[in-house]
Design a protein around this ligand. Structure first.
Ligand SMILES: Cc1cc2nc3c(=O)[nH]c(=O)nc-3n(C[C@H](O)[C@H](O)[C@H](O)COP(=O)(O)OP(=O)(O)OC[C@H]3O[C@@H](n4cnc5c(N)ncnc54)[C@H](O)[C@@H]3O)c2cc1C
Length: 307
């Protein structure tokens, strides 16, 4: 085949992308990684990671992201801060379009663009940075001695709410069911925490305020009753959406927009692989993202060898 700029392009610099970079750099592949925002991905906004092996006392998400990045850099992974705006497949050659009207060619691509927090769509866009947040680590200290509402019932919602209680006076945890989905250990910690009051069977239906959030409206799904909670902040952890809009129709996606892969992380297009939160997978965690990435690099190497 005609020469390409790279053997492998990795898109996204979260745990999956950095792990792919570590494996590819160690294998001396001609590789580059593009990250559009902050290296480390979602991990760097996670307060505390207790379920990633190797850190018996846990580790802050920021530190874990920094360590992964340092490891990738030490192994010589070239990294550029660039928004990937599209990919094109021209037979065996793949073209990766970048935000500055530049494009590069490559033999294989690993998509590790992860996911972004889901929105409630109840008017929170008017209050972004004015009381609405998706990141306790980033914004928690701004809510010292204040009352906040948090939304969600999974591990992330509970873990991050617990972190927020270091700062806030009171936290209402609004969840659409009458019990949490989070793991038992987190449930126990939350129910023992005096600052947390659960608002069961409820959703946030709106928020009001002049310059910033002053009231969060909460609707009980069983009774239909709506009430206003006086709160200066609203933290939203109701799940994630995949970062796949830049792909257009190039690959097969599931109904939620996540990329279908097989166990070898192969997508519907030969030579294009996906790893981590961006793909259809039952568990979206750091440990699964890094495992996916190692497999994706192995598959990319096999693909390139057989061209
Ligand atoms: C608050 C919070 C707490 C969490 N706590 C835990 C925990 O305790 N334990 C655990 O295992 N997991 C936890 N997670 C989940 C974990 O962070 C994710 O599963 C993991 O980060 C997924 O890694 P990833 O590399 O697939 O995706 P991401 O971390 O989402 O990284 C994707 C990267 O791709 C970049 N990107 C996206 N689109 C483009 C593009 N077009 N061009 C270039 N770059 C692009 C993004 O900017 C991002 O940096 C938590 C998540 C959050 C939000």
């Amino acid at each position: 085949m005609a020469p390409t700029d790279y053997e492998l392009v990795i898109i996204g610099g979260g745990p999956a992308g950095l792990t792919a970079g570590i494996y590819a750099a160690r294998a001396k592949m001609d590789v580059i990684m593009y990250e559009k925002a902050a290296l480390g991905g979602q991990v760097i906004v996670s307060d505390w990671i207790e379920n990633y092996p190797g850190f018996p006392d846990g580790i802050s998400g920021y530190d874990l992201g920094e360590k992964m990045l340092a490891q990738a850099k030490n192994l010589g992974l070239p990294i550029e801060i660039e928004d990937v705006t599209g990919i094109e497949v021209d037979g065996e050659k793949k073209i990766v379009h970048l935000g500055n009207n530049r494009s590069v060619t490559t033999k294989a691509i690993i998509i590790a663009t992860g996911a972004s927090p889901k929105k409630l769509n109840v008017g929170e866009s008017n209050f972004m940075g004015k009381g609405v947040s998706f990141c306790a680590t980033c914004d928690g200290p701004f809510f010292r001695d204040k009352t906040v509402v948090a939304v969600g019932g999974g591990d992330t919602a509970v873990q991050e709410s617990l972190f927020l209680t270091r700062f806030v006076k009171k936290l209402y945890l609004v969840h659409r069911r009458d019990e949490l989905r989070a793991t038992k250990i987190l449930q126990e910690r939350a129910s023992k925490n005096d600052k947390i009051e659960f608002v069961w069977d409820s959703v946030v239906s709106g928020m009001d305020g002049f310059f910033s959030v002053e009231n969060v409206r909460v609707k009980n799904l069983k009774t239909g009753e709506e009430r206003s909670i006086k709160a200066e902040g609203c933290f939203i952890w109701i799940g994630i959406n995949p970062n796949t809009s830049f792909l257009g129709r190039t690959l097969n996606l599931d109904d939620g927009g996540f990329i279908y892969t097989n166990g070898n992380m192969e997508t519907s297009v030969p030579g294009v692989f996906a790893a981590g939160d961006v793909r259809t997978t039952p568990l979206k965690q750091i440990v699964t993202a890094v495992g996916d990435a190692a497999i994706a690099v192995m598959s990319a190497e096999h693909y390139i060898e057989n061209l």
